[in-house]
Design a protein around this ligand. Structure first.
Ligand code: 13P
Length: 251
């Protein structure tokens, strides 16, 4: 079943103490509220266990922002999907444009990461999206289709059904320049159509497709009102309860 989801991607922010404090504050703010979406905190690796302990039993869930493409071995500095799962985290962001751009993550590497995540019962929040030049030259659909095709379309329908997609136009991330509601809906509908062509309408209709890129309290309601926008992956605005809570409440 398609779920509404608001996920916070903390990126490289918050010490352990700051992260614990924010998770506690958010949990308190959500207590007794009738929230119409799943709320996920995607923190740095070192926070996962502590935050999982804080949110356990509440509506909130925890995710990592990456995992290794290997299971184990001599890969200094890496964190495997099994390690992430052992903290209690249930989600993992994969394919974020910052990982693609700054850490050389290709569609082929991401395909392996998705497999490792699924083997360890983590739900990938798989990010796709075009850079500005691709948008300006009308290549956005082709780019997004290739990203999905090369990293995800060898999965069985059952495994694909476990994935959450996040459309994040790179030109909208951290720039304050949000995609218009119409641009988001147009791309989300296109993505759902590609999924339908590959796996059938039921799988496509059951897939949650989140929007990410300068989403905030002011634009979330309009973005989420689109039939194919099932929530948001929120960067900057997820770092404070004051700015994150109104986005959760936009549903
Ligand atoms: P901002 O919300 O800060 O633009 O970041 C979006 C994002 O990259 C979430 O993964």
């Amino acid at each position: 079943m398609r779920k509404n989801i608001v996920a916070g991607n903390w990126k490289l922010n918050k010490t352990l103490q700051e992260g614990v404090a924010l998770a506690k504050e958010l949990k308190t703010a959500l207590t007794g509220k009738n929230v119409n979406c799943d709320v996920i905190i995607c923190s740095p690796f070192i926070h996962l266990t502590a935050i999982h302990e804080i949110v356990e039993g509440s509506e909130m869930k925890v995710g990592a922002q990456n995992c290794a493409d290997k299971d184990s071995g001599a890969y200094t500095g890496e964190v495997s999907a099994a390690m992430v799962a052992s903290t209690g985290a249930q989600y993992v962001i994969l394919g974020h444009s910052e990982r693609r751009a700054y850490y050389g993550e290709t569609n082929a590497i991401l395909k392996e990461k998705v497999k490792r995540a699924l083997e360890n019962h983590l739900i990938p929040i798989f990010c796709i999206g075009e850079v500005l030049e691709e948008r300006e030259t009308g290549k956005q659909n082709k780019v997004v289709k290739t990203q999905i095709n090369e990293s995800l379309f060898d999965l069985s329908a059952e495994d694909f059904g476990k994935i959450v997609l996040a459309y994040e136009p790179v030109w909208a991330i951290g720039t304050g320049k949000t995609a218009t509601s119409a641009q988001a809906q147009e791309m989300h509908a296109f993505i759902r159509q590609i999924v339908a062509d590959k796996y059938g309408t039921k799988t496509a209709n059951d897939t949650s497709i989140l929007y990410g890129g300068s989403a905030n309290a002011g634009n979330a309601k309009e973005l989420f009102s689109n039939p194919d926008v099932d929530g948001g992956l929120i960067g900057g605005a997820s770092l404070k309860v004051d700015t994150f809570l109104p986005i959760i409440e936009a549903f």
